[in-house]
Design a protein around this ligand. Structure first.
Ligand code: PRP
Ligand code: MN
Ligand code: MG
Length: 196
């Protein structure tokens, strides 16, 4: 943990090396289960690091055993708003015209974490309207929480306890995205922010 975050995290939950080992296996599973070209959709911002490393590992598999799946890369900014339930609490950056590009394609959605599942269910509802050929979802993390809506992605990296985790592109108020490991935030850091 770099100096500028040392006092703000209470523990390392998943070290960077363990994340990378798991992503190698996920890449293999995804490639083995995919036929034809794949549109890999990064859910920004939190999904960017997993997306980058996953695509890297898929490319490495090609060099090792010639596994060839053609990838195209897409980016969707999805933001959930806790206090806004009127719009379903989720805003998607693509226009309807841009979403139409997904019609008939094999999509792989890449997310960092499924917490309540609300973001992913809303995104999938929206994507279903444009009739992709198939939609699969991978999330590096799924949180075991009573707030879950029951949604489970197709490919999961790790199931984690109901703690506030940051790092590896997961943020708390935009902090900690630049941390390599997945860490549990310290109670004091969270309290200080929540009263501001
Ligand atoms: C976080 C996370 C997931 C979502 C999970 O994104 O990256 O996308 O929340 O929560 P849920 O399962 O309860 O819906 P956030 O909205 O914080 O945006 P960010 O990715 O830009 O940080
Ligand atoms: Mn996100
Ligand atoms: Mg966030």
């Amino acid at each position: 943990v770099p100096d500028h975050y040392e006092e703000d995290v209470s523990s390392i939950l998943i070290p960077h090396g363990v994340i990378m080992d798991r992503i190698k296996k996920l890449a293999r599973m995804i490639v083995d289960n995919s036929q034809g070209p794949l549109v890999v959709c990064c859910v920004l911002k939190g999904g960017h690091q997993y997306f980058a490393d996953l695509v890297d590992e898929i490319k490495k598999l090609r060099r090792i055993n010639g596994t060839s799946v053609q990838l195209s890369l897409e980016f969707i900014r999805v933001k959930s708003y806790m206090n806004d339930t009127s719009s379903g609490g989720v805003k998607i950056s693509l226009t309807d015209a841009e979403l139409q590009e997904f019609k008939g394609k094999n999509l792989l959605i890449v997310e960092d974490i499924i917490d309540t599942g609300a973001t992913m269910v809303k995104l999938l509802d929206r994507l279903a309207l444009v009739e992709p050929k198939s939609v699969r979802v991978t999330s590096l993390l799924i949180k075991k929480t009573y707030r879950s809506n029951g949604y489970i992605p197709d490919y999961v990296g790790f199931a984690i306890p109901d703690a506030f985790v940051v790092g590896y592109a997961l943020d708390y108020n935009e902090y900690f995205r630049d941390l390599d490991h997945i860490c549990v935030i310290s109670v004091s850091f969270k309290i200080i922010w929540d009263v501001i």
